[in-house]
Design a protein around this ligand. Structure first.
Ligand code: DOR
Length: 433
């Protein structure tokens, strides 16, 4: 691989922000300086007006393989990831069959080996995500799997969840919960509130999320095992996590770009692109999530990229599966939603090195994600133009599916280049393979 000189950008990593050029050789960064002369034969990529940062890390990606390759594959999902500036994704286990045993986990890891982003795997907590029997967690952990979740569903049985937490503590792994009490949420297709009443669509209350979160926080208090909370969506959830952290409980939490930017009012269009689980909530929830991210109560942004084939989504709202694309629009949406509240270091903290740590993909855990941008570090990098304006054209997305909630919208901020292990996999907004 030729050397690559990233010229003229503003470097953003955990150390802060500074102007500089970055020279990449092989899979690593070899020099960072205010100006670097291009070595003979080096490819020069322009970062003028751009931020050069550690590649983004998504803790929550549905790659749909095996089982729903018509909606996405590891290959297409990772291409979408790289175009969104992600250099690593954690593949969710709600595939068909579920990633609930070492053989399927190995298959997905193998599919990811030559993809345009590093693929880590989250394994299911229960066999078939049925909520009844625990998966062989020790065998799965032995493959290096760190996150376990039944995402798409919450583990309803408190006693089973307690047992899973006890094993997780012993194994040094982390359970990631989709907080949803089915007895409260069942039958709800959107947030229960003014819009669900007006539209005549059955809603699910904020309490469906908050009651399971409260239960799980109590289980963490009991077991002292760490836990991660997926896609929190309500003001009440932010408050519960705030108090849990103040108390010193070992918990982390994520928020999606869509819950930071959209409300349940979107459902007035009856467009199933706005159907998602947990559902889009109220203005006050969006505001609380933004404040939660600003204050570090919420640690990370995660996309919950959930592709669904067009024929699955082009049905009446209450028949459509929940889920939205997220990878290709996330950084623009988040940086706009948090503009004036978070500086660039904090934006990338939430999208890169904090999720890298939660997923144990960071250098301190033996991984290669999340920076720093410094000699000796892995060349997993994103070059982001924060002022570029673009309009989201679903037909031009790399994902196999089209279910973006931002179709036709004007976004500010676009990924210009992405480097994966030193390889320029996206150049000038185009995937290179
Ligand atoms: O909207 C969602 N879609 N939420 C989930 O938790 C699962 C996901 C999916 O897999 O489609």
């Amino acid at each position: 691989m030729p050397e690559v000189l990233i010229r003229g950008g503003t470097i953003v990593d955990e150390q802060g922000e500074r102007r500089g050029d970055v020279l990449v050789s092989g899979v690593g960064i070899v020099a960072v300086d205010s100006t670097i002369d291009a070595p003979a034969g080096a490819a020069v990529v322009d970062a003028g007006g751009c931020i050069v940062a550690p590649g983004l890390v998504d803790l929550h990606t549905h790659l749909r393989e095996p089982g729903a390759e018509v909606a996405e594959t590891v290959e297409t999902g990772c291409r979408a990831a790289s175009l969104g500036g992600y250099t690593a994704v954690v593949a969710m286990p709600n595939t068909e069959p579920a990633i609930d045993n070492p053989s399927i986990a190995r298959d997905v890891l193998e599919l990811g080996r030559n993809a345009l982003a590093q693929v880590a795997v989250a394994a299911a907590i229960t066999v078939g995500r049925q909520g009844v029997h625990l998966t062989p967690m020790a065998e799965l952990a032995a493959l290096g799997i760190h996150l376990f979740t039944d995402d798409g569903a919450g583990v309803q049985d408190a006693s089973l969840m307690r047992q899973a937490l006890e094993y997780a503590g012993d194994l040094g792994i982390v359970l990631a919960q989709h907080c949803q009490d089915d007895s409260l949420a069942a039958g709800g297709h959107m947030h229960e509130g003014a819009w669900s009443s007006r539209l005549g669509i059955a809603g699910q209350p904020a309490l469906a999320e908050e009651s399971m979160l409260a239960r799980d926080l109590a289980l963490v208090r009991l077991t002292r095992s760490p836990m991660h909370f997926l896609h929190l969506s309500t003001a009440g959830s932010v408050e519960l996590v705030r108090r849990a952290k103040a108390e010193g409980l070992p918990v982390t939490a994520e928020v999606t770009p869509h819950h930071l930017s959209l409300t349940h009012a979107e459902v007035a269009s009856y467009d199933s692109a706005f159907k998602v689980n947990p559902p889009l909530r109220e203005e006050a929830d969006v505001e609380a999530l933004r404040v939660g991210l600003e204050q570090g109560v919420i640690d990370a942004v995660a996309t919950d990229h959930a592709p669904h084939a067009p024929e699955k989504k082009q049905v009446p709202f209450d028949e459509a599966p929940p889920g939205m694309l997220g990878l290709e629009t996330a950084l623009a949406v988040v940086s706009s939603a948090m503009s004036g509240r978070l500086g660039w270091v904090d934006i990338f903290a939430a999208c890169s090195w904090r999720p890298a740590r939660i997923g144990r993909l960071d250098p301190a855990s033996g991984g290669r994600q999340g920076g720093p941008v410094a000699p000796g570090a892995a060349a997993n990098l994103v070059v982001f133009d924060p002022t570029a304006e673009w309009s989201v054209d679903p037909s031009r997305l790399a994902s196999r599916s089209r279910n973006t909630p931002y179709a036709g919208r004007q976004l500010t901020g676009k990924v210009r280049h992405t480097l994966l292990e030193g390889e320029p996999v996206v150049i000038d907004g185009e995937a290179q393979r």
